[in-house]
Design a protein around this ligand. Structure first.
Ligand code: DX5
Ligand code: ZN
Length: 215
């Protein structure tokens, strides 16, 4: 059974309390929180201040996806805000191993996200040090985009790499996850499904989460 991580980027920002209450009552496992800096990605979302509010609104895992350059400057602020998992982008980190060490020393779980063009093979020598790989199945920056089908091959290849080394790293898929494609994503080897629009733009978000969970 996959973990479900609704992305709050697609929530109603005029009434976040209602969306948090819904998520807390739902079968959602993680809050997926997308931080964008307008430099690494062509969009700006929110930062530690809002995550601090989400932290107070839930006891679920806060999964913070940093789509920012120089994440080392902000890791401590996200720890203070209450992040449980801090994910940085492979493409944004010249010294990725150092970034991971910093996240671990702050006692958070460490994730690495990769853009659609980045091969999973580039993670071979960091896999043993991390908790989550977030495979982007859209180009990061916006919710509501279509799933890139080639991602399924990347999931299968990464699953093999993880199993070969007997590691416990979770594979998280982010972007364009729907009720229609979730099964193929799980069958390919994913552990965590991020879902923004599929959850929050549906008629009954709580039922949609239950339906994703049941796949
Ligand atoms: C995109 C973000 C995603 C986004 C997913 O850059 O990282 O987490 O919110 O949204 P959907 O599920 O609508 O593609
Ligand atoms: Zn994300």
């Amino acid at each position: 059974m996959a973990l479900i991580a609704p992305s709050l980027l697609s929530a109603n920002f005029l009434n976040l309390e209602a969306d948090c209450t819904m998520l807390n009552q739902s079968q959602a496992d993680w809050y997926h929180l997308d931080v964008m800096d307008g430099r690494f990605v062509p969009n700006i979302s929110f930062g530690p201040m809002l995550i601090d509010f989400f932290r107070k609104a839930t006891s679920k895992v806060c999964d913070v996806h940093l789509m920012i350059q120089e994440p080392e400057k902000y890791a401590e602020a996200f720890k203070k805000a209450g992040a449980d998992i801090l994910t940085v982008h492979y493409e944004a980190c010249t010294h990725l191993h150092r970034n991971i060490q910093q996240i671990k020393s702050l006692e958070m779980q460490a994730g690495v996200a990769i853009n659609p063009h980045t091969p999973v093979e580039l993670l071979r020598d960091i896999l043993q040090d991390i908790d989550v790989v977030c495979i982007m199945s859209v180009n990061p920056g916006f919710g509501g985009q279509s799933f890139i089908p080639h991602t399924l091959n990347k999931i299968k290849r990464l699953r093999e790499m993880i199993d070969e080394q007997f590691l416990k790293v979770k594979i998280e898929i982010d972007g364009g996850v729907t009720l229609a494609n979730a099964k193929s994503i799980i069958d390919a080897g994913a552990d965590v499904l991020v879902a923004g629009n599929t959850v929050f733009k549906s008629a009954n978000p709580m039922e949609t989460i239950a339906a994703l969970k049941a796949i």
